[in-house]
Design a protein around this ligand. Structure first.
Ligand SMILES: [Zn+2]
Length: 139
C-alpha cells in the first residue's frame, strides 16, 4: 500500500502509553485497553476508565471487525504530505467491541465507501515501528 522507505507523512510519537497499541499493530493485531475493573473497552487511550474511573487496565486484541459509521471524501489538501493522496476517504469505524475509530477504508474508490459497510482491519506498514490500522470491506 505505502512504501516503507521515504515515508514523509505525520507519524505518532511512540510513548509508554501507546507502545502496546503500535507493537500489536506491527504484529497485525488491533489491541485496545480493557478496563481491569468494569471490563469495558477503553479507546482512545486513556489512563483512567471513562466508565468507572479505574486506572487499571490490560491490553487485549479485539476482532478488528466493524461497520462504517460515517465517511467523507477529502478533496482539499490540508497538509502537503497528503497532496498526492487526494481524493481519499476518512471514515469513522464502529468497532464490534464498542469504540469508534477514525481511519481510512482502502481498496476501493473513496466515494464508494458507504455508511453501514462491514469492514475488517488491515495494517499498512509505513515504517519499521509503525503499521497504521486501516479498514477494507469485509467479504
Ligand atoms: Zn472501567
Amino acid at each position: 500500500m505505502t512504501e516503507t522507505l521515504n515515508y514523509s507523512k505525520p507519524l505518532p510519537s511512540l510513548e509508554a502509553s501507546n507502545k502496546p497499541f503500535w507493537d500489536a499493530a506491527r504484529s497485525g493485531k488491533l489491541a485496545l485497553q480493557h478496563c481491569a475493573d468494569c471490563e469495558k473497552v477503553r479507546y482512545p487511550i486513556n489512563h483512567v476508565c471513562p466508565h468507572c474511573l479505574s486506572d487499571r487496565f490490560e491490553w487485549k486484541a479485539v476482532s478488528g471487525r466493524g461497520t462504517v459509521y460515517s465517511s467523507i471524501v477529502f478533496h482539499q489538501v490540508y497538509n502537503q504530505a497528503f497532496a498526492g493522496d487526494v481524493p481519499y476517504n476518512v471514515s469513522l469505524i464502529q468497532l464490534e467491541e464498542g469504540p469508534r475509530m477514525i481511519s481510512n477504508v482502502v481498496g476501493l474508490p473513496p466515494s464508494e465507501v458507504k455508511v453501514g459497510d462491514r469492514v475488517q482491519v488491515v495494517f499498512d506498514p509505513v515504517t519499521p515501528e509503525i503499521s497504521i490500522p486501516r479498514f477494507q470491506r469485509a467479504g
